[in-house]
Each structure stands twice: as C-alpha cells, then as structure tokens.
Design a binder for this molecule. Structure first.
Ligand code: PLP
Length: 354
C-alpha cells in the first residue's frame, strides 16, 4: 500500500475541461477560445520577431547561464520598472520602487502574497467578482484572507461601478485592493479614466493599499503607456502600491516565466527594507529567477530600435485580437431571416462544464 494513500485526487483545472471538449469535438468549424495564448491566423503559436532578434544578439554575445542574484537581473529590473511607470516618473527618480524579478505574473503575485501574509497578518485582499481564477488560489495557499468586490454586472454586460465603489468603501480600513491594470480577466471590462480616478479616491480615503496585477500591458489598447495609465494615476497621487508584472502575453514569453513585483514605498529607506524581505521570501521558494527571458526583455526594452519594433508588433497583435473578437461576436449574433439567432459557430452538442 502506498504511503501516499491519504492523498486524494486534486480537482482538474476548470479551463482544462474546455480544452478537452475542444479536442474531442469533430465539428470542422470549432474554435478554441480557452487557449491562453496569442495564436496566428494558422492557429500556431507566435514567436515575436523582436524576440528572435534579441535571442540572436544573445547567441552572438555568447551569454552565460550562471545564476542570477535573488532579486533577478539588475538591468531587467531597471527596464521593467521604467516600462511600467515611464522613465521620467518621480517614483523612479526618487528611488521609491522596490523591484524584484520573479516567476512571471503568477510568481510575482505569490511573492507579494507571502509579504502580505508575513507583515500584514489578518489583512484582507479584496478582488473583483469575478477575477482570474488563480487569484483566489494564490491567496488561499499563501493563507491571506480575501473577499470580493462587485465588478461585473450581467444586466448591462458592463462594470457595476456603484457596487464596486460601495464594496471598496465598506471594506476594513487598510485592506489591499487587487486591481487589474488593463484587459480585465475574465470580463474584458476596464474602468474608464474617470472611474479610475474615483476608485483611487475611495482607495485613498480608506487608506487601502492598491495592488495591481498587470498581465497585459500593451495588449488592451496596443499602447504600452495607455495600458499603464491606471497604475500611473495611483502613483501620481503619491500612494504606496504594489504591482505584479508579466511578459507572458505582451512579448509572448509564456514559458520563460518572466515578470516582476514592484512595491512603491513612500521612502527610499522603506524600499531597501521591503526589497530585502522580498528577497528573503524568494530564496527558500525558488532561490533565483530565470535569466534567459530576463535578457530577452532587457534587450528588447533597452534597445530603441527593438523597442520600436516591439511596439509595432504589439499593436498588430492587439488590433488582431480586437478584430477576432468582433468577428466572433458578429458570427454568434447573426440572425436568420425569421430573426432567430443562428449562432452557428456554437457546437450544439457542447455545453460548458458546470
Ligand atoms: N494575471 C492575470 C489577470 C492573468 O490573466 C494571467 C495569465 O493568464 C496572469 C496574471 C499570470 O500569467 P503568468 O504567470 O504567465 O505571467
């Protein structure tokens, strides 16, 4: 008998059921909407040209593969914080950001969750209802209590802004408020700039700490600066905040696991302390982060030519995503002559797993 007898089967990831049903379907016109990556017109994974170029440069230079320090590649940390806030942002000039390269967006969120668990015991994280499904699991596993604020309103298929504000207001003073910087997963609904201002008002009023998850910078609008405007708006108010970043989507570096956690503090002194603790938490979890993707990002963002090329490629991807969505919507809402929905892209035999 196995010593692991007491271990029961873990429930499957909810998205896997959708992918399996997709594979099993024999409908020629099937579309996989569960795939978590950008695909080409030919349904193939997309390797960005700028990534290829950066990798060529790295090969030419014969870059080594020695361990990075716990905090990651210093040059990566510099470009990533500049990309997020903009080079001239006072938070950078005043050295008020603790940046640590971590294991993409997920690992950065988890590292921040560990920091919350250790230094803010009992403090809740508020997240949108619904949110990316992993958010709950990340905070559960880090033993950080969380609750939800209203976000999606099925009646308007839009943002329940009043509900969101009311729930953030009603939360205990000094909570963490998890916000998605842009391209909200899973609703695709982002607050308007005016709404972001009002959200910042209540967050500030309640002395909450904003905690941004930025997994899609550049992917929402095609513009890196526009997509970071929510985060920058909060920073411009002089607030302390946390931001988890990911390069999975915008550079197509999914499996390289490249991202960072940034903690904006009110003093350079606090930055040093926070950074030291982030490193202390990271060391026993994974020792140090990966180097290959960090160098790709550094080469792309740090080189004006490659950076410009990246911006164009990203704009292309963002535009194509929008047009795909439009086409899907139009196809699903086609009406036949009698006014009945055709929705003929939907496989009638397939319904979503509950
Ligand atoms: N946050 C959100 C909202 C996401 O949708 C994702 C990926 O789907 C992530 C974070 C993390 O992705 P990764 O760990 O690949 O950076």
């Amino acid at each position: 008998v196995s010593r692991f007898e007491g271990i029961s089967m873990a429930p499957p990831d909810p998205t896997i059921g959708v992918s399996e049903a997709f594979r099993a379907s024999t409908n020629e016109r099937k579309l996989d909407l569960a795939v978590r990556a950008y695909r080409t017109e030919e349904l193939q994974p997309y390797l960005l040209n700028v990534v290829k170029k950066a990798e060529m440069l790295m090969l030419e230079r014969g870059e080594h593969r020695e361990y990075l320090p716990i905090e990651g590649l210093a040059a990566f940390n510099k470009v990533t914080v500049e990309l997020l806030f903009g080079v001239d942002n006072p938070v950078i000039k005043q050295q008020r950001v603790a940046t640590v390269q971590s294991i993409s967006g997920t690992g950065s969120l988890r590292l921040a969750a560990e920091l919350i668990e250790r230094y803010f015991p009992g403090v809740k994280v508020l997240m949108s209802s619904p949110s990316w499904s992993n958010h709950k699991d990340i905070f559960n596993d880090a033993r950080v209590p969380w609750s939800e604020y209203r976000y999606y309103d099925p009646k308007t298929v839009g943002l329940d802004f009043e509900g969101m504000i009311a729930d953030i207001k009603a939360a205990p003073e000094g909570s963490f408020v998890l916000l998605q910087g842009c391209a909200h997963n899973p609703t695709g609904i982002d607050p308007t700039p005016e709404q972001w201002e009002k959200i910042a008002d209540v967050v500030q009023e309640k002395n909450h700490i904003p905690f941004f998850d930025v997994a899609y910078q550049g992917f929402a609008s095609g513009n890196l600066d526009a997509d970071a405007s929510s985060v920058r708006l909060f920073a411009a108010r002089g607030m302390e905040l946390m931001v988890a970043q990911s390069y999975s989507k915008n550079l197509g570096l999914y499996a390289e696991r490249i991202g960072a956690i940034n903690v904006v503090c009110s003093s350079a002194d606090a930055v040093a302390r926070v950074k030291s603790q982030l490193q202390r938490l990271a060391r026993p979890m994974y020792s140090n982060p990966p180097v290959h993707g960090a160098k790709i990002v550094t080469n792309v963002v740090g080189d004006p030519d490659l950076f410009n090329e990246w911006r164009k490629e990203m704009e292309m991807m963002a535009k194509r995503i929008k047009s795909m969505r439009r086409k899907l919507y139009d196809s699903l809402t086609v009406k036949d002559k009698s006014g009945k929905d055709c929705g003929d892209l939907l496989d009638e035999e397939y319904s979503l797993p509950s």
